[in-house]
Write a protein that binds this ligand. Structure first.
Ligand code: FE2
Ligand code: FE2
Length: 258
């Protein structure tokens, strides 16, 4: 089985390069299952129904979110009906939406879930480790894929090692910067600390540089306008799993600049 994970798609440049690259990778690599982080797809902040459907039209199987999940208020209008959309599992109970999704694919049950890290995140969150333990116990599946949305590299690595051999693939998102550490852990889990973002390359993690530089120079608040000029980047991870053993047989870190 050939799977592709794509990191935080940011605004218009992100959507454009995503559409081009997904088409190309489906043709060239025979990608069968696609998971995309869409927390920045609507003007850099959150997701709306229009862009959720845009992702489905690109043959995306599962859309994940993150700390920006509820930044665009349109989400409250469609999240309960969005079957292919997940937000962090460790948001407190009562928060709309689902933290995991189980799909039947080629006779296999695949559970995709997202958790959010608690280091450097100013959001009320339950423990990602304990909730994942509960999920693995209560939701029986052939394969488990996790989008760990977090800032701290240590927290992501601790999570991946703790669930090594139990969660098949753990991909980090959120920092918008791709890490050079994709590897198969000792008990078989595929892990990368961060996929990186998909969108502007010449901005600062997706945003126009001038405002962010001014913020650092003056301490004044800055508007986070998406960078819409210059080059684009597409970042993700391609993984091939053996259909019988469920082991990773091949992987490739994807980093394309246009
Ligand atoms: Fe993001
Ligand atoms: Fe984020």
């Amino acid at each position: 089985m050939r799977i592709l994970f794509v990191g935080d798609v940011f605004s218009v440049k992100g959507r454009e390069i995503l559409a081009r690259q997904l088409k190309k990778l489906r043709q060239e690599k025979g990608v069968q299952f696609i998971v995309v982080n869409g927390e920045n797809i609507a003007h850099g902040h959150g997701i709306n129904e229009k862009y959720y459907h845009f992702l489905l039209e690109q043959n995306v199987n599962v859309v994940t979110l993150g700390n920006h999940a509820f930044r665009n208020h349109d989400i409250f209008n469609f999240i309960e009906d969005a079957r292919n959309l997940i937000r962090p599992l460790n948001f407190p109970s009562g928060v709309p939406g689902q933290g995991f999704l189980t799909v039947n694919y080629n006779g296999k049950k695949i559970t995709v879930f997202q958790v959010m890290g608690r280091i450097f995140e100013n959001i009320a969150l339950d423990c990602p480790f304990q909730l994942t333990e509960q999920l693995l116990k209560n939701v029986k599946s052939d394969l488990y894929f996790c989008d760990f949305h977090g800032e701290a590299t240590s927290e992501k690595a601790a999570f991946a090692h703790h669930f090594d051999g139990r969660v098949h693939i753990v991909v980090g998102t959120h920092t918008h910067v791709q890490t050079n550490d994709a590897r198969i852990l000792p008990k078989g889990t595929m892990f990368i600390t961060d996929l990186g973002m998909t969108g502007s390359l010449d901005g600062i993690i997706g945003v126009t540089p001038q405002n962010i530089i001014k913020k650092f120079l003056t301490g004044l608040p800055a508007r986070h306008d998406p960078m819409e000029e210059g080059r684009s980047q597409f970042n993700g991870l391609f993984v091939e799993l053996d259909d019988h053993t469920q082991k990773v047989t091949n992987f490739e870190v994807i980093h394309v600049i246009e």
